[in-house]
Design a protein around this ligand. Sequence first.
Ligand SMILES: Nc1nc2c(ncn2[C@@H]2O[C@H](COP(=O)(O)OP(=O)(O)OP(=O)(O)O)[C@@H](O)[C@H]2O)c(=O)[nH]1
Length: 304
Amino acid sequence: MIKLDIISGFLGSGKTTLIKKILDFYKHEKVVVIENEFGEIGIDASIIKKDGLDIIELQNGCICCSMKLNFKDTILKVVKEFNPDRIIIEPTGIAMLSEILSMINNDEIKSNFSINSLVTVVDAINYFDYRDNFGEFFEDQILNSKTLLLSKNQFLEDENRDNIVKSLKSLNQNVDIINKNWDDLLVEDLLVDNMKNNADEKYKKIKNYDLLSTNMKSISSVSISNFKINETQKIKEIFDDFSNGKYGKILRAKGFLNSVLDNTLEFNYVNGQYNIKESDIKTNSKICIIGSKLQKDKLKNIFK
Ligand SMILES: Nc1nc2c(ncn2[C@@H]2O[C@H](COP(=O)(O)OP(=O)(O)OP(=O)(O)O)[C@@H](O)[C@H]2O)c(=O)[nH]1
């Protein structure tokens, strides 16, 4: 049986960071990662790329396409082409987990695969904001997971972390919740416990696309390649501006920048917070911006 690991979670929650971490545990296996990115340009594949790892990138332009994507066919193609021990799937941050599970809930997949982990990474910093603004969608990921893994929890007080755990439990009583520092995380923590969780349990579909909130439906993306900005200070100013709403509600931006100092910088912006760090990845300058009610022309102009 081929092992299947599904790592879901809202935009910028920490899926790619987690996959990088678990790849170390599986370095003696033949692993294929399927990266389904929402924007038009791929960023995550460059981040997790390493020798001997095969990565399949699936780009999707809109939430509606992202949900209709046929994971089943892709997975079966990967099996034929690569014959892997394990497939790790990172759906887009705005994929409905129920939709993905319904696509792989068929005999062909079941006879070839065992679900090893079905994790949703929950961004502790933004938990209540996202739950309020993207409720039914956010809950779909939580209801359909076997394991919930809190990320960024080192930034919160114990009391706030406890409130998140309580809220998660009120949504899904049967799920394992991992609330620990990721330095202490073991791959065993993420495995589906078949004794506790019935693997054949029906996925819990909450809403179909037509019923999703306007907030959710208005999420779109802008991707810009080879932009000319090459100073850290300038990109910081842009990110500071992202939070004031003049370009729409920007939830996520990520990419690379070739700086004047001739090095590559990797940046991550998640709902008002950002970091910029030196990267050893050699690539052109590129940015993918995701948010709701995006002012796309204004955004393209600032990167001209
Ligand atoms: N400090 C800290 N930062 C984290 C943690 N998890 C993720 N991050 C940061 O959050 C940002 C987004 O992480 P990613 O792993 O790219 O998130 P993602 O879910 O793959 O993002 P998308 O694929 O764009 O939805 C990066 O800057 C990470 O370094 C965590 O547990 N602690």
